[in-house]
Design a protein around this ligand. Structure first.
Ligand SMILES: NC(=O)c1ccc[n+]([C@@H]2O[C@H](COP(=O)([O-])OP(=O)(O)OC[C@H]3O[C@@H](n4cnc5c(N)ncnc54)[C@H](O)[C@@H]3O)[C@@H](O)[C@H]2O)c1
Length: 441
């Protein structure tokens, strides 16, 4: 059975189903399509299916022409129907793995996907999870669920693997096909199949000995980022009190050719990964009686950053003899990082909330987010529209807080239009407090 499947992968008659067509699933669909595979994309969100079928993108870094080309190729179909997994050879799952209200893993999307897929699971199929998760998910959660609902046996009738997604939306230097892919199989056959499949579309496959090792690899990568970002955020607060510009220091330190890697501070953590993923390990480690102190501390430092931004905004307004209460403040950039349209977990929300609590009237401008769509934690901002970006409008605010340094913004314009700017991203490349116009935060 394995030989037959490997041959199909080789001659590209192997059919692939991708479940969850978001920031991860859609680029994956495109990557395998480009290699000539036949694909089925499944998502529970009918609007996404409608957009794709109409040849339109809903992710900023894809062009409509790419989607239209893919959808008109005759090689790719999309649907909300899980029954179509019967006809594919591999099923790659890219569904959300958020935290619940108690900041514990919310595995409901993975569970419901595995359950839905398993009713249709066929002999010989390969099932791979790409979502970020805790070590043990494939072994302890997916395997028993898939076996229960399919009546088939993993490793004999069907094959299981885990391969974490390392997609970095908006990164011009790397795309899905050029980011090495870590693959851990549940047994040798699963490993062979999954590695062979990803090798067809991705420049380098990095095999590891188990699904647990692959799950842990992804968490280590994101915990590394979270801890290092916390470190530079702490340095920023300390150096600011000492009248030292943290960016100047980091840029000098990064000239050391070994033993230092530059991370940059910001207004807090955002996005679907770094603020969330580390706590998947924290949760799992508790089962082993271990506290993940670095993770907790990094979380604490990073989540305190919006308060630092508020403190600096208060100082900036004070210098103009104004208070936050009653001021009109524009937050520039709602996306959690530059040049993307993703506002999930964005610290701008927290900054807008805090400024409002202090009595400010708060607006935002983001070239990529015309209107705030519903979010779980910040539902009260739903429907708010991005403020126009021109001199008449921007100069009327009492202060502008740069929360995200989108490269489409002309920062010289901002310097001409506004005399009270709080810069949380070093977008203006000024030194600390040299002008009285710009306050670094
Ligand atoms: N966004 C990133 O940059 C990134 C990078 C690396 C890893 N990841 C991980 O990849 C996973 C997916 O993240 P994302 O950013 O693509 O999320 P996303 O929200 O953009 O996309 C997930 C998609 O899954 C769909 N979906 C939800 N439940 C479903 C179900 N039961 N069946 C079918 N479809 C379902 C949603 O409608 C959505 O379109 C997460 O575990 C995330 O941590 C994300």
């Amino acid at each position: 059975m394995i030989e037959e499947m490997l041959n199909k992968i080789d001659d590209k008659s192997y059919k692939i189903g991708i479940i969850g067509l978001g920031y991860v699933g859609l680029p994956l669909l495109w990557t395998f399509y480009q290699q000539g595979f036949t694909l089925t994309g499944i998502d529970v969100d009918q609007r996404k299916i409608d957009e794709l079928e109409a040849g339109r993108t809903y992710i900023k870094h894809f062009r409509n022409e790419q989607i239209a080309e893919m959808m008109n190729s005759g090689k790719v179909s999309v649907t909300t129907e899980f029954a179509s997994v019967k006809d594919v050879d591999a099923i790659l799952m890219c569904v959300p793995t958020p935290l619940d209200h108690h900041r514990e893993p919310d595995m409901s999307y993975v569970e419901s996907t595995v359950e839905s897929v398993s009713y249709y699971l066929q002999k010989g199929q390969l099932l791979v999870l790409e979502s970020t998760t805790y070590p043990g998910t494939t072994d302890e959660l997916i395997k028993p669920l898939a076996e229960k609902y399919s009546g088939l046996k993993a490793g004999e009738d069907f094959f299981l693997a885990y391969s974490p997604e390392r997609e970095d939306p908006g990164n011009a230097d790397f795309r899905t096909a050029t980011i090495p892919k870590v693959v851990g199989g549940d047994g040798e056959d699963a490993q062979k199949l999954a590695s062979a499949l990803y090798s067809q579309a991705i420049s380098e496959v990095v095999p590891v000995s188990s699904t647990r090792a692959a799950e842990a690899t992804k968490l280590l990568e994101n915990i590394f980022r979270s801890v290092n970002i916390a470190l530079v955020n702490e340095m920023k607060v300390v150096f600011q009190k000492m009248d030292i510009d943290v960016y100047e220091v980091i840029n000098a330190a990064r000239t050391k050719p070994f033993g230092f890697m530059a991370f940059y501070p910001g207004p807090g953590l955002g996005g679907h990964c770094i603020p969330i993923d580390p706590f998947y390990l924290t949760w799992k480690a508790r089962e082993y009686g271990i506290n993940t102190r670095f993770i907790e501390l990094a979380g604490e430092v990073n989540t305190a950053m919006p308060n630092f931004v508020i403190e600096r905004t208060i100082q900036a307004l004070n210098s103009k003899k104004k208070s936050v209460n009653g001021s009109r403040i524009l937050c520039l950039g709602l996306a959690y990082k530059p040049d993307v349209d993703d506002m999930r977990e964005s610290p701008t929300f927290e900054i807008m909330d805090l400024l409002s609590e202090y009595g400010a009237e708060v607006d935002f401008h983001d070239p990529y987010i015309p209107k705030i769509t519903p979010t779980r934690e910040y539902a009260h901002w739903t429907g708010k529209e991005s403020t126009p970006w021109n001199k008449e409008v921007v100069s009327e605010y009492d202060a502008v807080v740069i929360c995200t340094n989108h490269s489409d913004i002309d920062y010289d314009d901002l310097l001409n239009w506004q005399d009270c700017i709080v810069d949380t991203r070093n977008a203006l490349k000024t030194l600390l407090n040299t002008t009285g116009q710009v306050w670094k935060a």
